[in-house]
Design a binder for this molecule. Structure first.
Ligand code: KG4
Ligand code: ZN
Length: 403
């Protein structure tokens, strides 16, 4: 089955074409092509994602990306004569993209000119995420579905982050098996909007057993970065400074007194997290510092970033270990944008491998850590396999939960 994945939940517009075969345990997949336009530069001056701008950018990006992936997937064929759309279809399309008139214009200008590709289904992220942004992808999926007469399958963005870790590098070159999961498995999902421990008893059987009570890990990174005057998104910036800090520490070159930050909820009885206190502690640190000198020196920034990353990592490791022990976990899946952080992933990998040598640990390939459509296409393929899960009236749900 060939499936088109669409992702517009936040600040990346992404499309992917994926070919899948076989059922859950023996599924083989090939990534035919994927393309993505990041809006980071657009949102940078606001210090975060601005929903109406995200919507505008998704509207602008979808048709060029569709052309790109169809071409890359060798599915782009122009009709010899451009087809005229009948009035009824035109009205339906206009109705579907009523709130995105520019997308409607771009759609009717391009899609009727190309031959219907051999795609059997479309899958789109319906949540969690920013609703104005999600709607653009959903309405685009609905319009394609209407025009090409193929079904749309709803996909949960966080399920996509789980799926991302199962794709092996080989799938980008040829059809290849997914990484093998032994159940019960568990996913640690760390992104800009979520921090969750998800127990997976079998394919598509999810139970959230721990989550953040306030800020997500990525959100804490971004907020701390903003306090230190670093550019958006702060995650990669803090990671870069923390890396420098660890090197300087090893060489005994870190000049400032090391800052100390708390490890929130490290020893709580549950599997929940809290990162807003950590962020507030950084704020107090900076305020206290600015009494003597209002500008943070590079050394101070490095020191804060290093300590912040250590605190986050320590908490993530402790809670993950606890969840593994209490649930007899056999496979650990790491997912979400913060898995782009090498230190966090290496530290988790080192500790878990040492203390639980029988556990398999899966991480997304580097280009699949942050938001993309390959992960949505794969999760959508699973949803399509599970036909009962198909939704008729697809709508955006900014707070969509695992069932
Ligand atoms: O999964 P994702 O792309 O979007 C959401 O679903 O939220 O995650 C984005 C988050 C941002 O908060 C970003 O700062 C963080 O992932 N991030 C990182 C790194 N790269 C991205 N956080 C820490 N270290 C990184 N290297
Ligand atoms: Zn994400």
């Amino acid at each position: 089955m060939k499936i088109l994945g669409i992702e517009t939940s936040c600040d990346e517009t992404a499309l992917a074409l994926l070919e899948g075969s076989g059922s859950f345990n023996e599924a083989k997949i090939r990534v035919m092509d994927s393309a993505l336009i990041s809006q980071i530069d657009v949102h940078r001056e606001y210090g975060g994602v601005f929903p109406s701008l995200a919507k505008r950018e998704h509207i602008k990006n979808l048709i060029p990306l569709l052309e790109k992936v169809l071409k890359g997937g060798k599915m782009l064929q122009y009709k010899i004569r451009g087809e005229k759309i009948d009035d009824k279809t035109l009205e339906k399309l206009r109705e579907i993209m009523n709130r995105e008139p520019d997308l409607f214009e771009a759609f009717v200008d391009f899609v009727p000119k190309i031959k219907k590709p051999a795609i059997e289904a479309i899958t789109v992220t319906t949540g969690p995420g920013l609703e104005p942004a999600l709607w653009v992808g959903i309405n685009f999926a609905k319009a394609l579905s209407e025009f090409w007469k193929i079904p749309v399958v709803a996909t949960n963005h966080m399920e996509g982050h789980i799926a991302a870790s199962l794709i092996s590098e080989k799938s980008f070159k040829a059809k290849a098996s997914l990484k093998k999961i032994k159940f019960p498995a568990m996913a640690l999902l760390i992104s800009g909007g979520h921090t969750q421990l998800v127990l997976i008893k079998d394919w598509k059987k999810y139970q959230v057993i721990g989550e953040t009570r306030d800020d997500a890990v990525g959100e804490a990174y971004d907020k701390v970065a903003r306090m230190m005057g670093l550019t958006y998104p702060g995650g990669p910036e803090i990671a870069r400074l923390a890396e420098l800090g660890r090197i300087e520490k090893k060489l005994g070159k870190l000049k400032t007194d090391p800052f100390k930050l708390p490890r929130p909820m490290l020893n709580s009885d549950d599997l929940d997290f809290s990162f807003s206190g950590l962020k507030t502690s950084v704020l107090y640190l900076i305020k206290k510092k600015s009494l003597t000198n209002p500008v943070l020196s590079d050394e101070e920034k490095i020191s804060i970033a290093t300590e912040f990353e250590s605190a986050v990592t320590e908490v993530l490791i402790k809670k993950t270990k606890k969840a593994i022990e209490t649930n007899n976990i056999k496979t650990l899946i790491l997912g979400g944008g913060v898995t782009a952080n090498t230190f966090i992933c290496q530290s988790l990998d080192k500790t878990i491998t040492k203390e639980f040598p029988d556990i398999k640990i899966y991480l997304p390939e580097k280009n699949l850590s942050t938001d993309n459509a390959v992960m949505i296409a794969l999760a959508g393929y699973f949803n399509r396999l599970q036909k009962t899960k198909q939704v008729q009236n697809i709508k955006a749900d900014g707070n969509l939960h695992f069932v």
